[in-house]
Design a protein around this ligand. Structure first.
Ligand code: SF4
Ligand code: ZN
Length: 276
């Protein structure tokens, strides 16, 4: 992780880094390694309000941060987004739609806005080698290699309103992060989100694990090769404007987060009408 930070000039020890902490093993391990290596970090946790799963994550993270002298910023999804994620995701599942299409963009927007408002220059996320490798294969199979968002570090324009995102665990295998979390006896539950129904990603993950066993280093090679060729087909990033609804950075009139909120609100309206 240290060599990735250095090679990609991700961060210096003088700047403020906000670590997006879900309470899972990757982001918790990331926070600990950054802290141990002298980076000025704070943690931000978005409480999704998804029952026991969210309560466990929040409590584990609070304990971890207290023990490691890391300031924890808690944000409540419902207060920020104005709707109950739990009810919206239940409705999504009922209709056979992807819960992550609502949760993901709203979380991302909250994280960026909070980091910017609190004066952080970097947002660190716990994406690991396996996540990145799965993403590459999934996008290739869907013939949408979105190279513009790919890489260990984003590079937004200065006045775009976007805070630079860094992924220090980009070249760390998930299994190694898991071992590290065990060795450090981190308080993590290991449970996956109850709304994570992405069977496609899981299938890709299982197949990549089989390849990795047969050809050790396969995942690393896929990611490194993709980095070396991605600049050739990377579409030029579109100029970012501002969302007409919320004022956050957006490539269209309405940002992805506002679109997701609109969708959630209409799903919840349907739900209320049915209950009546
Ligand atoms: Fe949200 Fe769960 Fe999907 Fe993650 S897996 S984006 S927490 S619904
Ligand atoms: Zn918006």
């Amino acid at each position: 992780m240290k060599s990735t930070i250095e090679k990609y000039k991700m961060a210096s020890r003088k700047e403020k880094i906000l670590v997006a902490c879900s309470g899972g093993k990757d982001s918790t391990a990331l926070a600990l390694i950054l802290k141990k290596n002298g980076f000025a970090i704070e943690a931000l946790h978005i409480d999704l309000g998804l029952g026991e799963y969210s309560r466990n994550n929040r409590d584990n993270l609070a304990k971890f941060c207290k023990e490691n002298f890391i300031k924890l910023n808690l944000v409540n999804f419902r207060e920020e987004a104005g709707f109950s994620l739990l009810k919206a995701l239940d409705k999504c599942l009922e209709k056979g739609e992807s819960p992550c299409s609502i949760c993901g963009p709203v979380k991302k927007s909250i994280l960026n806005r909070k980091a910017r408002e609190m004066g952080f220059t970097k947002i660190a996320t716990g994406h690991n080698l396996d996540d990145e490798c799965q993403g590459i294969i999934m996008n290739i199979f869907r013939s949408s290699p979105s190279a513009s968002n790919f890489g260990p570090s984003s590079n937004p324009k200065k006045d775009s309103g976007l805070v630079t995102r860094i992924k220090p665990l980009f070249f760390c295998a998930e299994e190694d992060v898991r071992k590290y979390a065990r060795m450090q006896r981190l308080h993590v539950s290991g449970k996956i989100c109850p709304y994570s129904v992405n069977v496609y990603r899981r299938e890709i993950k299982n197949r990549l694990d089989v390849f990795e066993k047969k050809i050790p280093g396969a995942k690393n090679a896929i990611v490194k090769n993709f980095i070396s060729v991605s600049s050739r087909f990377c579409k030029k990033e579109r100029e970012l404007g501002r969302c007409l609804k919320c004022g956050e950075p957006s490539s269209g009139e309405t940002c992805m987060s506002c679109k997701a909120i609109c969708k959630a609100v209409s799903l919840l309206k349907e739900r209320r009408q049915r209950i009546k």
